[in-house]
Design a protein around this ligand. Structure first.
Ligand SMILES: [Mn+2]
Length: 251
C-alpha cells in the first residue's frame, strides 16, 4: 500500500501533452488500496462546476472517478487556481475535497498537506482576495455568470499571480525569503507532531530532513514545478521504521 502525492501541474487544456501524461499517470500508477493526494493547482484554472471546465477536463475527471472504483482513496486539496470543486468532482466516499489542509495517518506516520498559498502571512492583498473568492456571495456570482467570463477573469488573475511567481524566481532575495517561509512553516508543523509535511504553491523544489527546537524530526517536501513531466512522491513501506520516501518523475 502506497501513498502518492502530486501538486502544481497547472494543466492548461485537454490537448496539452502534460494533461495526457497525467491521465496515463492516474491510470497506471496507483493500484487498488493506494492513496492519492492531489495538493492543489492541478489545473491552471478550474473554478466551480462550470460546464466549460467540466468539458475541457472531462477525461481527467473520469480518470479520477475510475481511481475511486479501483478503489484508490483520493484526497483533493484545492489550490489558488482550482477551487469550489466540491460539486465538480464525483460524489463518492473514496474522494475527499478540502479547501485548506489534510492530515492523513499512514503506517504510524502523520502526513500533513497544505497547498501553501496562505503561508506568506504578510501577503494581505492575496489573503483578502482569497477571502472574497471563497465567500458565499462569490459562489452565487460564480453560479450566475457564464463559464467563459470565469475563464477571462481567471486568466487575468492567473497572469498576475504568475508575475508574482516569476518575480519570486527572478529575484534571489525573494526566492530565499519564500523558501525560508515554507521551511519554517514545515518546521512548525513538525513541532506540532507531523512527520511528513507536503507543500506546493511556491514552485520551489525542496526535500529536507528537519529537526525542531523541541527535538521533533520530520521531512518537508515540495515537488516544485515541471513543464513536461509529472513529478510525484511515493510513500511506502509497512511501518514507521522502514518508511520509504521516493521522489519520481512520470514522463
Ligand atoms: Mn498555488
Amino acid at each position: 500500500m502506497s501513498v502518492y502525492y502530486v501538486s502544481d501541474l497547472h494543466l492548461i487544456s485537454a490537448s496539452q501533452e502534460k494533461t495526457k501524461l497525467f491521465i496515463k499517470f492516474l491510470q497506471a500508477i496507483p493500484i487498488p488500496n493506494d492513496t492519492l493526494i492531489l495538493g492543489g493547482d492541478i489545473f491552471d484554472l478550474f473554478v466551480g462546476n462550470k460546464k466549460l471546465f467540466l468539458e475541457e477536463f472531462h477525461e481527467v475527471l473520469s480518470a479520477i472517478k475510475e481511481l475511486a472504483n479501483k478503489p484508490v482513496k483520493v484526497f483533493y486539496l484545492e489550490g489558488n487556481h482550482d477551487f469550489h470543486l466540491k460539486n465538480a468532482l464525483p460524489r463518492n466516499e473514496q474522494i475527499v475535497v478540502d479547501e485548506e489542509r489534510f492530515s492523513i495517518p499512514f503506517n504510524g506516520v502523520k502526513i500533513y498537506v497544505e497547498h501553501g498559498d496562505l503561508i506568506d502571512s504578510k501577503d494581505y492583498r492575496y489573503r483578502f482576495l482569497r477571502f472574497i473568492l471563497r465567500s458565499i456571495p462569490f459562489k452565487v456570482l460564480l453560479f450566475l455568470i457564464p463559464g467563459r467570463l470565469v475563464r477571462k477573469i481567471g486568466d487575468w488573475l492567473s497572469k498576475k499571480s504568475r508575475k508574482y511567481t516569476d518575480g519570486i524566481n527572478e529575484k534571489n532575495n525573494r526566492t530565499n525569503h519564500t523558501r525560508k517561509l515554507f521551511r519554517d512553516f514545515a518546521k512548525t508543523k513538525i513541532s506540532e507532531g507531523m512527520d511528513i509535511v507536503l507543500l506546493g504553491h511556491s514552485h520551489l523544489e525542496d526535500n529536507l530532513e528537519l529537526e525542531t527546537e523541541n527535538g521533533a524530526k520530520g521531512t518537508y517536501i515540495n515537488l516544485g514545478f515541471s513543464d513536461s513531466a509529472i513529478p510525484y512522491l511515493r510513500l511506502g513501506g509497512n511501518s514507521r521504521n522502514n518508511l520509504e520516501i521516493i521522489r519520481q518523475r512520470f514522463s
